[in-house]
Write a protein that binds this ligand. Structure first.
Ligand SMILES: *Cc1c(COP(=O)(O)O)cnc(C)c1O
Length: 403
């Protein structure tokens, strides 16, 4: 299925006046519903990326859309200078979902991560008594936490880092998955560790069993905070509300984003108990759009969906189905399939075409997927996808691997 002239023209038009910080697959989408999107070429594509998990509930989820439409006509933004009538409920809803006391709403994931880092540093100085301006937060190799200067400074990806220095100090990095490395990096100045329960951008890397519980134990033993970046792994993606749930681990700070906005608006949040959150007082942190009325209404809707348990159940059951199907892919082409729930990283064998080429072939077969690092195809469909659609998508992948 070749790219139509209209699609090619639309892509060229975008190229003309947009920054070239992405290299999207050659498709131009005009509408979407559930797990499907329609291109301006009139073709329906199955979306198995789901906006990097920002679309866990699919495109145009009817309940979320109704909430957004109603809220759009009533009130969208007050700034935090004034309070609006959706704010209290949103904070209570997200706090309840996390089993925590307090919520600090932001917009994007990167902002929520930055907020978590600021919170941990201030807690370190005020509660733990770390020397002024010496706080360290341990990070992990292969991490992805967003694109701010602060965050890319502790990225191990040269594309994310190079050309953007100098970077803030105080973020030592240790090998992801190694408790020994983490233990060795902890010093008297350590205030927190920042960890993805599963590393999405790195290629859906699942740490060894017991890793998260071990991180929790280390944090307890040393009196430091465990910050879990659940922006991509959370909110149903892995078959539980949070990926930390698989090891029964409760971090001190949840960092949420992506699906919290229902695929409609950017909504992110940092969630913690009072003893941590209350080190941030009035005027010490904020955001013009953070916690706006539209975001809060949609975010509360997302929590309501998650509290039914239906999406976690779907992710768990369909995830087993997905991983069962992916295991059948030919071992000469696929060396490993990683992941949990409706989330998979399909590792291509050496000598195979690049993951990008496979994704281009998938596009021609009406499946939208995305390559991650190191020859990995990432599969993270909306949790509303059906068994039949999943089987069809994996069938297309099997064919795309061949040519
Ligand atoms: C996407 C992502 C972020 C950054 O979120 P943005 O909304 O793009 O700023 C941070 N952490 C993880 C784990 C992510 O997947």
């Amino acid at each position: 299925m070749p790219v139509t002239a209209e699609t090619a023209a639309a892509l060229a038009r975008a190229d003309e006046h947009s920054a070239h910080n992405y290299s999207p697959l050659p498709v131009v989408i005009e509408s979407g519903a559930g797990a499907w999107v329609r291109g301006i070429d009139g073709v329906d594509y199955l979306d198995v990326l789901a906006g990097y998990s920002a679309l866990n509930f699919g495109h145009a989820h009817p309940e979320l859309l109704a909430i957004a439409h109603e809220q759009l006509g009533r009130l969208t933004l007050t700034s935090r200078a004034f309070q609006h009538d959706r704010f209290a409920a949103f904070c209570a809803d997200v706090a309840r979902l996390c089993g925590k006391d307090a919520v600090l709403p932001m917009n994007t994931g990167a902002e929520a991560v930055e907020t978590g880092l600021k919170l941990a540093r201030k807690w370190g100085y005020e509660v733990k008594g770390v020397r002024a301006d010496c706080a360290e937060i341990i990070t992990c190799s292969g991490n992805f936490h967003g694109r701010t200067i602060g965050i890319v400074g502790f990225s191990s990806d040269p594309d994310a880092r190079e050309g953007f220095g100098p970077f803030p100090a105080g973020f030592p990095s240790v090998e992801y998955g190694s408790l020994d490395a983490m233990a060795n990096a902890i010093s008297a100045d350590t205030v927190a560790v920042l960890v993805e329960p599963i590393q999405g951008e790195a290629g859906v890397l699942v740490p060894p069993d017991g890793y998260l519980a071990g991180v929790r134990r280390l944090c307890d033993d040393h009196g430091i905070l465990m910050l879990a970046d659940e922006i991509q792994s959370g909110l149903g993606r892995t078959g539980d509300t949070f990926a930390c749930d698989h090891e029964g681990v409760v971090p001190d700070v949840y960092i949420l984003g992506k699906a919290l906005g229902g695929g409609i608006v950017p909504v992110s949040a940092v969630v913690a108990d009072r003893d941590v959150m209350d080190v941030i007082g009035p005027g010490r942190h904020g955001s013009t759009f953070g916690g706006n009325a539209l975001a809060c209404a949609v975010g509360s809707g997302v929590v309501r969906l998650l509290e039914t348990g239906e999406y976690q159940r779907r992710s768990r059951q369909l995830g087993e189905h997905l991983h069962g199907l992916l295991k059948e892919l030919p071992p000469d082409r696929v060396t490993e399939v990683r992941g949990r729930g409706l989330w998979a990283g399909v590792q291509l064998a050496p000598g195979q075409p690049s993951a990008r080429v496979i994704c281009e072939r998938l596009l021609a077969r009406r499946v939208l997927a995305k390559d991650a690092h190191e020859g990995t195809i990432r599969i993270a469909p909306p949790l509303v996808i059906t068994r039949e659609e999943l089987a069809w998508a994996v069938g297309q992948l099997a064919d795309a691997l061949v040519g």
